[in-house]
Design a protein. Sequence first.
Length: 576
Amino acid sequence: MNDKTELVRRLDQVNGKGYKAYQILKGNYRFDGFELFIDHVQTDPYATPSRMRVRVDRSATGFGPGLTSNKSRNIALCDFLTRSFSDHCRDKATQERGTGKSGLITIDRPGQEILEHSAMVVTPEYVEARFFMGLPASDRRIASKDATVMFIRVLPDIVAGSLFMDRADSGRVHRHIEAVEDADFLRSRLDALGLVAFVANGSLLPRASGIDDAPLKNGSIVPFISPEAFEVRVDFPNQKGIVGLGIPKGVTLIVGGGFHGKSTLLKALAAGVYNHVPGDGRERVVTGAGAVKIRAAEGRNIEKTDISAFINHLPQGKSTTIFSTANASGSTSQAAAICEALEAGASALLLDEDTCATNFMVRDMLMQHLVAKENEPITPFIDRVEALYRERGVSTVLVTGGSGDYLGVADHVIQMKDFTCLDVTARARGIFERHRSKRKNEARGKLPDPGARIPLNTSINPRTAAGRKRIKSRGRRAILLGDDLVDMGDVEQIVHPSQTRALAWALVHAGRYMDANMSLKQVITAVDEALEHEGLDMLMPFVAGDLARFRSLELAAAINRMRTLSIKHELFERLT
């Protein structure tokens, strides 16, 4: 193995040469206290920075085995170290070392959620940070002097400051780990407790802005307090007797006037499928792993999905048991989103009327009189929401401020008033009984069994028309697979761009299971199990430090939004 003196010698050798001469640096080098791996060297100072890793012996770091004694703790420690490494990069590194990305040292920094990232790996043998470095250049000529400073002075300072227990705040490390362990513990027990979600008293739910997920700091912030009727007391592994709102299984409405906190609560529940950093305000907001946020998405692609539970007898006899369209309406897109979520294994649906198709959600008595049922293809959600729970065990949490008809189908009603949570279930039932409308339930029969959809491997083509392999993500909401743009703008529970990047590669991996026999649910389960056993590294042909774990529900959503998706459906085969 080379040592750092060899790295310096190679840098001196290429000083002033064209930028591509940096390729000579590839390899690994022994430094004092760590090993450096230079895996990929950028070909231009303006290109994506070079991929590198540093590896430290676990025994030397001071992070004992108890800190990673289970998966929750391991993910939490990795997350803490990634944030620490990132903080030290900001303090130590400067991009003022030449043109393009010269001087940059960065790591894939997590957001408010604590996810499994590939940026940091902790094993019994070592701690490994995977980061990016912009190798310095003057115009497009190698600036070896600046590069030497980065490798010999700056990088060792970052490693020493971030990857050793004696430089960390021990209390913060333990609080970080315990927050994740406690949340995962409760999430695994919500089902047995008969709950969809839990919101601890004292939680701070408002966010800084629509584009900033950090907690709101300015203004009068009202801590969340559960109404007594919904209070649940839970014991965590690291803290006992935590009291908060337990949202029971069934149909729950969140009502209230505009701007009183309804949507803020629902967004916290949607984000509660993930764990959050201490200080976020939502670290004890825990939602079942199978909860899916549903919204309308006009224009999306739908491929052979059974939406007949909600939409039937379309004009010209178009089938809705094997419904396909390249340009969905608001109502058909929302029906498909629900049916696809159920197919993928969702256990709860989260909806906000602000982002739903109105005609899909309810058809009031007056409209029923004006337009006869035989002329209305839509069976509104209000007429299926009870059956979803009674027949399928799928709960619903719905934010509504404009449709009182839902009071007649709700098991529980919560009102947000001045950001205070109130139990109004009994009052809502009384109001409904006194003012019961003559609206008729338009559902016919039980929820249909949609059968299995079998995706074909012809759906997955990562090559462009020119034959170039392209597997890319665009932010959090889009994937480029070959020439196909997968628009995931309505998939709200993707919270980090690295999840989308991992999803792009997971689509290609999913294609290996699409053998014309496995159902879509079996395909996403196979990918999920592979990730569980092999980790994120199995998705890509090289070591990547910018991937994050997603749920199988989001993989199903990505597959279903591919415009190249090809489905084999037994019913379709019989009809054709």
